[in-house]
Design a protein around this ligand. Structure first.
Ligand code: GGG
Length: 361
């Protein structure tokens, strides 16, 4: 923590609401976090909000100021809303904000848990709550999102685009260790590793090799290996057979959206971009994007934002408060207070106020 004042721990959190519904849900998360700290006592949040967004980019030509990454290092945690707006090409917005932050702050792990929350249903027929409980561990620093490559012969009929995936022994080893530790900490102690090493014959083969090497240190963890295409089928047809999943940056990005949809809605899914060395602040964000079609309408589902906030609180060391917040969120969904994407009729404010009221009880 940044500092302790009158026996209250103060956590300095920088909020980057970003674009579209990122703004709505960040506001909701801040309201809930303030309510939580007030109700529990012992810790408080000092929020700083920065306008690093596509709208600002269109006005001034940059997302982050030149010292933006250095500014972020001064905080205990980063809370992120969403990035992406129709007037800016998506590769500009992603590379203007979220990808440089993950890379510069050594956030090489992206943890994406998936569960069916009480009072909600999976679109999968006969899928009970106990049948779908996964943690996807996404490699968050290299692979397909290395940003290497280029376009030659541009503006000619012979243009050539290359997108180079970089996988390093160090990068693979550290994500595997994190995934094995995650699997070990869960009751079923089961890890499924995903690649496409039949078609991609270099980096993915190294990924396989390192997985089996690291597995030797974790004899208590049951392992298996899937090709990413077959994995989508297994997630839909046999969700119960999965527990912890480790995959590359791109594969896990895709699989975690599928996972969220199978758990009921992309609107509930959280993510933690972690620097496990804790030398840099970690970043917490719902996995959904900016949803321009519903931006500013006040109808976005804030549950993914609350769950991400709970994971931030956990990472900051307030385990009990994190568990308490998730219990409250689950009691609110169980009571049927839900947005339209979950089959309910509430708006963002209605769900947020229900969560706050429940915290204050
Ligand atoms: N809240 C997350 C967000 O804005 N995601 C936009 C996106 O496309 N992210 C890609 C990624 O997570 O790598």
């Amino acid at each position: 923590p940044s500092h302790i004042h009158d026996r209250t721990t103060i956590y300095r959190v920088v909020c980057i609401p970003g674009d579209g519904i990122g703004v709505d849900i960040t506001e909701a998360a801040v309201q809930v976090l303030n309510t939580l700290s007030k109700a529990l006592g012992g810790f408080e949040f000092e929020f700083t909000t920065v306008d690093w967004s596509s709208k600002a980019y269109l006005e001034r030509g940059w997302y982050m100021p030149p010292d933006g990454l250095e500014q972020l290092k001064k905080f205990d945690a980063i809370y992120f809303g969403a990035v992406g707006w129709p007037d800016v090409p998506d590769h500009i917005s992603l590379w203007g904000l979220i990808l440089p932050i993950r890379k510069a702050l050594n956030q090489y792990v992206n943890v994406r848990p998936t569960r069916i929350l009480p009072g909600t249903t999976s679109p999968l027929a006969n899928c009970a709550q106990a049948d779908l409980d996964w943690v996807i561990v996404r490699e968050n620093s290299e692979g397909e999102y290395s940003g290497q490559g280029g376009i030659s012969h541009e503006h000619s009929p012979h243009a050539i685009g290359t997108e180079v995936s970089i996988f390093t022994q160090v990068g693979i080893e550290r994500i595997m260790r994190f995934a094995f530790e995650t699997a070990r900490s869960r009751p079923r102690k089961k890890l499924t590793m995903v690649t496409k090493s039949n078609a991609q014959r270099h980096g993915m083969v190294l990924w396989d090799k390192v997985f089996y090497e690291v597995a030797k240190e974790y004899g208590d963890v049951e392992i298996d290996k899937m090709l990413v295409d077959a994995m989508t089928v297994r997630m839909v047809l046999n969700p119960k057979s999965l527990d912890t999943i480790v995959a590359t940056n791109l594969h896990a990005d895709i699989l975690s959206d599928l996972a969220a949809a199978l758990s009921g809605s992309i609107g509930i899914a959280p993510s933690s971009n972690l620097d496990p060395t804790r030398k840099n602040p970690s970043m917490f964000e719902p996995i959904h994007g900016s949803a321009p079609d519903i931006a500013g309408k006040g109808i976005a589902n804030p549950v993914g934002a609350f769950w991400s906030a709970a994971e931030m609180v956990r990472w900051l060391g307030e385990e009990k408060a994190a568990d308490g917040l998730m219990k409250v969120v689950e009691s609110v969904t169980a009571a049927g207070v839900k947005t339209k994407d979950l089959g309910g009729s509430e708006n963002t404010k209605g769900v947020t106020e229900a969560v706050c009221r429940e915290i204050e009880k």
